[in-house]
Write a protein that binds this ligand. Structure first.
Ligand SMILES: [Zn+2]
Length: 401
């Protein structure tokens, strides 16, 4: 493709790094992507095998088709095309990592911290994001951070007979239900003491930008099968997703879940918990506060073990006056013929804040993923029309640098 590339070993999965110097005095674009994917399970739900790409009705189906291989691939194709047609002025740096989905980007985060000069750039191009559900071209203005905690309650050393022991032995499942219900107040806000302390106030301009992204409750319900009623009462959905933290139970396991009944007092209960953070909540601080809350509410007579922390990633918000944003806005408008909307994303790409810091560059987060693409689920796909739009957008943006 006309780039100098290498595979950089790390203590974890290797990085793919490529580079092409720009014309003298021209800026440098750093392109980020991840080559790892979420596990494809459950395999039986796939119409075609997850690792044998198949085109059906104008969509490419495969694990990673959208998240993130398909999306960074159109940027690579744009670079290749601009090199071939001698229309690339800016310098290019590409970094592809293999731990975004699986390890919270541990290797790249550490490597970028140790070798910031290798990533020095003027703009950081990230495509690992979606458009808003109504389909408008979308510029992502923020990402939530994330931390993960797992809590385990252990009672008796084996599952007890619920008749012989019921009323005497503490039940870890009941205690877990109480414990996790202590996480939220009646109004839906998070009840962890001190959790909100470092949340950055949202400016008038940020609220105005956020309000450009439409939200259709009916369409949301049609798409997901559930009405958008969670979170804090009284706040519009874009604020609940973009500017407020969450504390979610991702998994809850205890006792017998098979067919029929089983009269036991289970010996253990486990809850897997993640919290999405907003600027400027620090991951380590959030984990400390969750741990303290759990310790304060520890149920009597049961052992409590808390694990986690390895998936920590900080939140970020893009400067609404950044020059790179204007460039992306122009490129998107030209390619799609529509004015882009600005969206404060609820998801996390933990490495972006640290990579942006190492590069000294403001990130530009524009992608063409959609809910229909089913990222992380069986039958993941990317529309070929969107692939083409992404390619054209990347061409315009890079050629303008
Ligand atoms: Zn993903």
């Amino acid at each position: 493709m006309g780039l100098e590339s290498r595979i950089q070993d790390t203590p974890g999965k290797p990085l793919v790094i490529a580079e092409r110097p720009g014309k003298s005095g021209s800026p440098t674009a750093l392109v980020y992507g991840n080559y790892d994917v979420q596990p494809p399970d459950p395999l039986e739900d796939w119409v075609s095998p997850p690792f044998e790409p198949q085109v059906r009705n104008g969509r490419l189906y495969a694990r990673g088709a959208e998240d993130n291989k398909g999306q960074f691939f159109y940027v690579l194709k744009a670079i290749e095309t601009l090199v071939q047609t001698d229309s690339l002025g800016c310098g290019i740096k590409v970094v592809l990592e293999g731990e975004e989905e699986s390890e919270g980007s541990t290797a790249l985060t550490a490597y970028a911290q140790e070798h910031p000069e290798e990533f020095a750039a003027d703009i950081l191009i990230v495509t690992d994001v979606n458009r808003v559900p109504s389909g408008e071209p979308t510029i992502i203005m923020g990402l939530r951070g994330i931390v993960a905690v797992e809590v385990e309650l252990t009672g008796a050393s084996y599952d007890l007979h619920s008749g012989l022991h019921g009323g005497i032995a503490p039940n870890p499942a009941t205690a877990m239900a109480r414990l996790i219900s202590s996480f939220h107040n009646e109004d839906g806000s998070i009840a962890i003491e001190g959790f909100e302390k470092n949340i950055r106030p949202v400016s008038k301009k940020e609220k105005e930008l956020a309000a450009t992204a439409p939200f259709d409750a009916g369409q949301y319900e049609k798409q997901t099968g559930v009405p958008p009623v969670a979170g804090e009462r009284g706040l519009p959905p874009f604020e609940r997703v973009g500017f407020r933290p969450t504390l979610e139970i991702n998994g809850l396991h205890s006792g017998y879940g098979g067919p029929g009944g089983k009269t036991i007092i289970p010996s253990t209960a486990v809850a897997k918990i993640t919290s999405r953070l907003v600027a400027d909540q620090a991951p380590a601080e959030a984990v400390r506060l969750i741990r303290e809350h759990l310790a304060r509410h520890a149920p009597e007579g049961l052992k409590m073990k808390i694990r986690g922390e390895e998936h920590g990633g900080p939140p970020m918000r893009v400067d609404p006056d950044s020059k790179s944003l204007r460039l992306a806005e122009t490129a998107l408008t030209k390619v799609t013929g529509r004015k882009p909307v600005f969206y404060y994303e609820g998801a996390s790409i933990p490495v972006i804040p640290s990579l942006s810091k190492a590069a000294g560059a403001e990130p530009v987060l524009v992608g063409f993923g959609t809910e229909e693409g089913r990222a992380h689920a069986p039958n993941e796909s990317l529309s070929l029309d969107d692939f083409k739009l992404g390619f054209l957008y990347a061409c315009e943006l890079l050629a303008a640098l």
